[in-house]
Design a protein around this ligand. Structure first.
Ligand code: NAG
Ligand code: NAG
Ligand code: NAG
Length: 459
């Protein structure tokens, strides 16, 4: 099999990833139709694993110079640096550098109080849905079809190759997409409940591992029941269309984002619509990446219609995130960047003993950077590095971030993502396809934003 390393890692994602199911909530999302490796399904970067294949063929950088131009990328200079930006007439905004890894800025008063209120109002009118993605039969079927031995899986999980699975090795592999957030206590509970670890040493030997069914974790937690606070994300959200004909405030926000990011307007215009998120008291979103790593086999959700053939990995290709705080939060609700400007990044180091730095219910105080929500403030960061030639490069792992638990009141935020395919040719083809149809009111599915016009869809 060509994509064997990616494939096997995805199998593991499926095996160990425990899904949350609830009788009441059937989420009409299209995410269930994704291959097992949707957004956030980052194959872990174990040292003994073969590194991700580099880009398949060198993409010609000539064409995009003429069609889309090189992508502007702002400069951070240094943490604390302030630069003026020209966003709206007769008003001065400052871009303050919060970190260089990821390249992250804060802009105070990006939105006015009235604009924040209106966005919240429109979101309420549209109606919000639970953010947690529900499991799907497709994923379960995919597990059943996989022909991979327990030994193989065990070996992949066993990073340090000591013949035993430490808690950390299991935990690291339970972080794929949305579902139940697995804590060390959960693992112990499951081990006890399933008598998976008879000698009680907290380690799984190959023999012990072999006794477990492929979906043992999943089945166990489903039977004992799962609360909302145990999910990866505990929030509600909706999408607001920002394209032509949208509410003038939403159009104004989009134009301001174009000025802020200095990215080609045609790219921003065909990116995802505005996502509005509401966290009630007790709400959170554990730390994650907004968009996954890019392998040779990865394609983007937004360009897959123009790309031929299917690929085993898909991600949202969100080059940029612009996050808006829509209200002042009475307690908690900070945005945590656990590894911002850390000297090094090592996925396994995110979990030390029982402290998981990605856990935003417990460990926000240990994050390298915490941003307090303030109405009207925007955060802006890059989820990918530059490729050095003016286009999208590798994922910036330091962009890991999450929403800390709201201890008092409600938290409202909105997100604008700018989707750019790291494969220049595919992005160009996408733009051409979109512009061809723009004035014909024809196949709406070409424009990402249009897909959301009437739907509640989770990417
Ligand atoms: C996809 O296939 C069509 C027709 O076969 C071709 O014209 C187009 O260039 C292909 N696109 C890519 C990205 O390979
Ligand atoms: C939010 O907090 C800021 C800073 O404390 C304050 O200036 C602003 O008036 C507050 N906004 C509202 C709507 O309370
Ligand atoms: C942060 O940097 C320190 C110093 O290089 C390193 O020891 C630690 O593992 C890093 N943390 C993560 C999560 O990579």
């Amino acid at each position: 099999m060509v994509f064997v390393h990616v494939y096997i890692l995805n199998v593991m994602a499926l095996l160990l990833y425990v899904y949350y199911t609830s009788e009441s909530a059937h989420s009409p999302t299209d995410s269930g139709a994704l291959p097992p490796s949707g957004q956030g399904a980052a194959p872990p970067q174990g040292q003994h694993l073969s590194p991700p294949a580099p880009s398949p063929e060198p993409v010609s950088k000539q064409q995009h110079d003429t069609v889309l131009g090189r992508l502007r990328r702002l400069e951070g200079i240094k943490v604390g640096h302030r630069q003026k930006v020209d966003l709206v007439p007769n008003k001065i905004h400052y871009l303050k550098t919060l970190s260089l890894k990821p390249l992250l800025f804060e802009i105070a008063n990006f939105l006015s109080e009235e604009e924040c209120k209106l966005v919240i109002h429109l979101a309420k009118l549209k109606g919000l849905q639970e953010s947690q993605i529900m499991p799907s039969d497709i994923q379960q079927e995919a597990i059943d079809e996989m022909d991979i031995s327990k030994e193989e899986i065990f070996n992949l999980l066993d990073y340090n190759q000591d013949g035993q699975l430490q808690m950390k090795e299991v935990l690291t592999h339970t972080r794929f997409g949305d579902g139940v957030w697995i804590t060390p206590e959960n693992i112990r509970e499951i081990y006890t409940g399933l008598e998976a670890d008879p000698d009680g040493n907290g380690l799984l030997s190959l023999e012990e591992f072999k006794q477990l069914n492929t979906n043992a974790f999943q089945t166990y937690l489903r039977q004992r029941g799962v609360q909302k606070t145990e999910l990866v994300r505990n929030s509600k959200h909706t999408w607001l269309y920002q394209g032509e004909g949208a509410h003038q405030i939403l159009r104004a926000i989009r134009r301001r984002v174009i000025r802020l990011t200095q990215l080609p307007p045609e790219i921003v215009e065909h990116s995802e619509p505005l996502q509005v998120v509401k966290y009630d008291q007790g709400g959170h979103y554990h730390a994650h990446h907004d968009s996954g790593p890019i392998y040779a086999e990865t394609s983007c959700f937004h360009t897959k219609l123009v790309a031929n053939g299917s690929t085993p990995l898909e991600t949202s290709c969100r080059y940029v995130t612009v996050l808006f705080y829509l209200n002042n939060v009475s307690g908690g609700g900070e945005t945590a960047f656990p590894v911002a400007d850390n000297r090094t990044y090592d996925e396994l180091s995110l979990i030390q003993n029982d402290v998981d730095l990605r856990d935003t219910r417990r460990n926000c105080d240990q994050a390298n950077l915490l941003v307090k929500p303030l109405q009207g403030t925007a955060l802006f960061w890059y989820n990918y590095l530059s490729d050095g030639e003016g286009w999208v490069g590798e994922q910036d792992e330091y962009s890991l971030h999450g929403g800390c638990v709201v201890t008092k009141g409600t938290k409202w935020i909105a997100n604008n993502w700018i989707n750019i395919d790291p494969d220049v040719q595919r992005q160009i083809q996408f733009q051409q396809a979109v512009s061809k149809y723009t004035h014909e009111e024809a196949p709406a599915e070409w424009a990402v934003d249009n897909i959301y016009k009437d739907l509640h869809v989770e990417l």
